[in-house]
Design a protein around this ligand. Structure first.
Ligand SMILES: Cc1nc(NNC(=O)[C@H](CC2CCCC2)CN(O)CO)c(F)c(N2CCN3CCOC[C@@H]3C2)n1
Ligand code: NI
Length: 189
């Protein structure tokens, strides 16, 4: 069970390192990590539990954010469609050793910019992300996948995979003019 004081903050070296590849079969610790990361996301998205526990809401979480420099991310991305059921997710899974193997030239961004549980103050500005990506990864059983993502789930995945390579979202903001569209094709959200 994670609380906010379990979240590693900007300034801790682990957030700026390249995380280690995970070998299979997963250790008990790895399985516990996967469980705890998903549990944080569910708790943080529950208005009652999230409030009681004082959690910042999250749709994704990377292992370095709980101090573990290993290649594991957890995703709980709701459908953007307001008519979708609350328990209907675009992405609801743990990915081990995720890797972007190809991507569109086209870039998009979230209209309201991004934030990060590991960065206490919000940095305003558009964060350019690839509109479409192909990702290889393994699930906690060790099955391998190669899937394509676009739009909102693709943005979240790029934010999380960045954490595994020591990048934070504000590294990608054009600080000269944070809200220029540049080569951004469209804004999402
Ligand atoms: C977009 C969004 N970012 C939230 N937080 N930031 C995060 O998730 C960080 C990762 C995201 C920042 C931009 C892309 C990835 C965490 N990060 O640092 C991990 O590396 C939200 F909380 C949120 N939503 C919408 C859906 N809602 C469902 C009901 O519960 C509340 C929830 C709020 N949307
Ligand atoms: Ni983050």
């Amino acid at each position: 069970m994670y609380y906010m004081n379990d979240i590693t903050r900007d300034g801790e070296p682990v957030l700026r390192q390249v995380s280690e590849k995970i070998e299979f079969p997963l250790t008990k610790n790895d399985l516990q990590l996967a469980h705890d990361m998903m549990e944080y996301l569910y708790n943080s998205q529950d208005p009652k539990i999230g409030k009681e526990m004082g959690l910042r809401a999250g749709v994704g979480l990377a292992a370095p954010q709980v101090g573990v420099g290993r290649q594991m991310i957890a995703l709980l991305v709701p459908k953007l469609d307001p008519n979708a059921y609350a328990d209907d997710f675009d992405l609801e899974k743990v990915m081990v050793n995720p890797k972007i193997v190809s991507h569109s030239a086209e870039k998009i961004c979230l209209k309201e910019g991004e934030g990060c549980l590991s960065v206490d103050d919000d940095v305003p500005g558009y964060v350019p992300r690839y509109a479409r990506i192909t990702v290889t990864y393994q699930d906690i059983q060790g099955n391998s996948y190669k899937n394509r993502f676009k739009g909102y789930p693709a943005i979240v995945l790029q934010h999380e995979i960045d954490h595994l390579n020591g990048h934070l979202y504000y590294d990608r903001i054009n600080h000269e003019s944070p809200f220029t569209l540049g080569d951004l094709t469209y804004l999402l959200g």
